[in-house]
Ligand binder design. Structure first.
Ligand SMILES: [Zn+2]
Length: 503
């Protein structure tokens, strides 16, 4: 704007200079113009001629304007009632679009009040509410005038062309105000109007997931895949997650037959979804079908070994001997042999079978290469089982206390650690972002660790060295060897146990 004003000033000065030069030149040359009108003759000097010429141009311009006004009047007299108003409308339109452009400019430069004033002016001349209301709504949002913005959005709802903008605007307001129920209804409407609109689809899906409307979310997801807004494989995986939640809800309602089918369907959609495989295995067991239960768990283990899978696998035959168990678990342990989870599982099974050399062999150097609470505790159990002295066992356990807890359910987006798998992150609300992995530094130790170390280290040396202390024995109980109750097993529950014992 500054530049434009400067330009205009320079142009004006330049024009004056040119005119002055031209006038001077005309006077010097002494030329003239002779105009004859009828019998009369006018002799004009050069300067007068130039002035007359300018006046002449001006007169023609006025004449043309007058003619078009007269034409409009003639049309009006001939019955065209809007002819005159149309003539003036052309001026109004020009002024209207100027105001509209100024309004947009003010909006872009963050001058909300000016934008609103220009929009009102544009509306006065143009009567195009679908255009001017958009500017007013945006400006009101920017100025933080929620009431005004909402009023304008409501006006936008009335026009077919702007209904979507209106719904989306009100939906966002409701979301900010925390009224998720109304926001969800509006999101449904907006999504129905524009199923290809990615943002609306995402908002609707997230709302449905947080409100546990799993079947609704599956429909939205299906529509997103159908319109190509979501790749097919991602859609399938997410559908499996939603189907799994749906199945869990049906279980809670008590309709176990339908729930079983839903769980099995979810597992088919995404066989490597660990909680899905566990639920499907449980469903198969309720149908007395251990073969299929074994199959779904093995398949998931092949994709990613996980303690929950091992626990569900153990639950297939809850009262077999350690030897039988070791044999049956070969279905799992023959896959992913070098995976730490497989090695620890095998070590646990051997410990339960009291075959400590085999357990040591299965664990290998895991306590050194991947020292976690679980691998170090297993090492301690092996040392104890092989008759190692208390110092060695205690050294192992001391290391275990400060060691990493190993992989956990961690949100890929915000790194929040969850005790159990959930479809929606409890911290950031993201959908299907939980991975079984070692949390990044910082978030790793939520509780336990260094602060209880002095308790263990300053523990008085056993008074009767010939009788092994029962405490240590209890401590080295491998956390995962007995899968009778999957909820009680696992490294997640192990730390508090250590915490409790030394007191
Ligand atoms: Zn998160």
């Amino acid at each position: 704007m500054m530049l434009w004003s400067l330009f205009k000033i320079i142009l004006f000065v330049a024009l004056i200079a040119v005119a002055a030069l031209g006038a001077g030149w005309l006077m010097e040359t002494g030329g003239g113009v002779r105009i004859a009108v009828g019998a009369q003759e006018f002799n004009l000097g050069a300067l007068q001629a130039a002035i007359v010429f300018v006046l002449f141009v001006l007169a023609i311009w006025l004449l043309l304007k007058l003619i078009s006004l007269l034409t409009a009047v003639v049309h009006f007299l001939n019955g065209d009632e809007t002819a005159i108003s149309r003539y003036f409308d052309r001026n109004r339109e020009r002024k209207g679009y100027e105001a509209l452009a100024d309004g947009l400019m003010a909006l872009a430069s963050g001058e909300e009040r000016a934008a609103m004033a220009k929009a009102a002016r544009a509306e006065k001349f143009l009567h195009r509410p679908e255009l001017t209301n958009l500017i007013t709504a945006q400006a009101a949002e920017m100025a933080g005038d929620r009431k005004k913005a909402e009023d304008v959005y409501k006006r936008l709802l009335q026009d077919e062309r702007t209904r979507f903008v209106g719904i989306r605007g009100i939906m966002k307001q409701k979301l900010e105000a925390g009224d998720t129920e109304t926001a969800m209804k509006l999101a449904e409407k907006a999504f129905a109007l524009k199923p290809r609109h990615v943002e609306t689809g995402d908002i609707l899906l997230a709302l449905q997931a947080t409100q546990s409307d799993w079947s609704g979310a599956r429909k939205t997801l299906g529509a997103k895949v159908k319109t190509g807004a979501l790749p097919k494989d991602v859609g399938k995986r997410r559908d499996a997650v939603l189907a799994l939640q749906e199945a869990k809800d049906i279980f809670d309602e008590g309709n176990s037959i339908r729930a079983r089918e839903a769980a099995i369907e979810a597992n088919k959609l995404s066989p490597d979804l660990i909680p899905g495989a566990v639920l499907a295995a449980t469903s198969y067991m309720e149908r007395d079908n251990p073969r299929y239960a074994t199959r779904v768990l093995t398949k998931a283990w092949q994709a990613q070994p996980h303690p929950d899978l091992a626990a569900a696998f153990a639950a297939i035959r809850p009262d077999e001997t350690p030897e039988e168990r070791l044999k049956r678990f070969k279905a799992l342990t023959k896959h992913q042999k070098d995976h730490p989870e497989t090695r620890m599982l095998l070590a646990e099974l051997h410990i339960a079978n009291e075959d400590y050399p085999a357990a040591r062999n299965a664990l290998g150097d895991l306590a050194e290469t991947d020292p976690t609470q679980r691998s170090l505790t297993l090492m301690a159990a092996i040392e104890r089982g092989e008759g190692g002295d208390d110092d060695t066992v205690r050294a192992c356990l001391t290391r275990a206390v400060t060691a990493s807890r190993g992989p956990q359910w961690v949100c890929d987006k915000c790194n929040q650690i969850h005790a159990d798998w959930v479809p929606v992150c409890e911290n950031c609300g993201a959908f299907d972002t939980l991975s079984w992995k070692v949390p990044p530094e910082g978030g790793a130790r939520i509780h336990g660790g260094a602060e209880m170390l002095p308790l263990l280290v300053s523990k008085p040396a056993p008074e009767a060295p010939d009788t092994p202390p029962t405490e240590a024995e209890a401590e080295v109980e491998p956390p995962h060897a007995d899968y009778a109750d999957p909820d009680d097993a696992g490294p997640a529950q192990f730390a508090p146990e250590v915490e409790g014992k030394p007191k």
